[in-house]
Design a binder for this molecule. Structure first.
Ligand SMILES: Cc1cc2nc3c(=O)[nH]c(=O)nc-3n(C[C@H](O)[C@H](O)[C@H](O)COP(=O)(O)O)c2cc1C
Length: 208
């Protein structure tokens, strides 16, 4: 797939076909992750690929299994989400947080070695490792798209990271930025409408 085609086709996928992804394709996708830029030249990243169903059930058990319509609407009010397209994105995403990962062919857990307290950085460069692994995550998404698959992601909330550490056994000095679900996009599910951006309004030549 041509580069701009992959960029344009990448969408967050939360509904999957029931399909196994061959190991060599997963390896190709992860090797794309290791082509991302890196702040300290070390690429001290690891990716746990969970394919085993029992492990996936245990790993994801901590994630809320759904949300009532009333709670969803309260959340939209509490978060002051006033844009109708943005509201629809949340109405689609929030109830699917558990199933979008459980129904994926695999759950990928990226890990970065974090040397300082990521929640209390002294300066912005202390977040460089975090920024770098997000570059690798976008490479995963684009490579998955080029291979005909799709991805979603969830930011771990509350105790979800520590819980995942217990289930998957990754070391204390590795930090998990997100869960990634990967699989074949379900045929009959349209992507969620996104806000249209006027590129000309967002590019500023020489001065804001
Ligand atoms: C930093 C970041 C955090 C996100 N957190 C979540 C999340 O916790 N759960 C989720 O379902 N999607 C999450 N998303 C995906 C967004 O909902 C999605 O990218 C957005 O709606 C744009 O849609 P698109 O990816 O199809 O273009 C996150 C995306 C980013 C970049």
């Amino acid at each position: 797939m041509e580069f701009y085609e992959a960029v344009n086709n990448r969408k967050t996928i939360r509904d999957f076909e029931n399909e196994t992804i061959p190991e060599e394709i997963l390896e190709r996708i992860i090797s794309a992750a290791f082509k991302a830029p890196t702040n300290d030249h070390m690429r001290d990243w690891h990716y746990i690929i969970v394919r085993d169903r029992d492990t996936a059930y245990r790993l994801l058990d901590i994630i809320p299994k759904g949300i009532s319509v009333e709670d969803m609407e309260a959340l939209i009010r509490d978060w002051n989400l006033n844009d109708s397209i943005q509201q629809e994105c949340y109405r689609n995403a929030v109830p699917k947080q558990y199933r979008m990962l459980l129904d994926a062919s695999a759950v990928i857990i990226p890990l970065l070695k974090q040397k300082t307290d990521i929640l209390h950085p002294d300066n912005i460069s202390h977040l460089n490792g975090f920024a770098s692994i997000w570059c690798s995550i976008e490479n995963i998404f684009l490579a998955a798209t080029a291979e005909g698959y799709g991805c979603n992601l969830r930011i771990p909330l509350g105790d979800e990271e520590e819980y995942a550490r217990g289930v998957l056994g990754f070391p204390e000095d590795y930090f998990m930025p997100c869960f990634i679900g990967i699989g074949r996009p379900k045929n009959d599910t349209a992507p969620v409408k996104q806000k249209e951006i006027s590129i000309k309004e967002r590019i500023h030549w020489d001065k804001f």
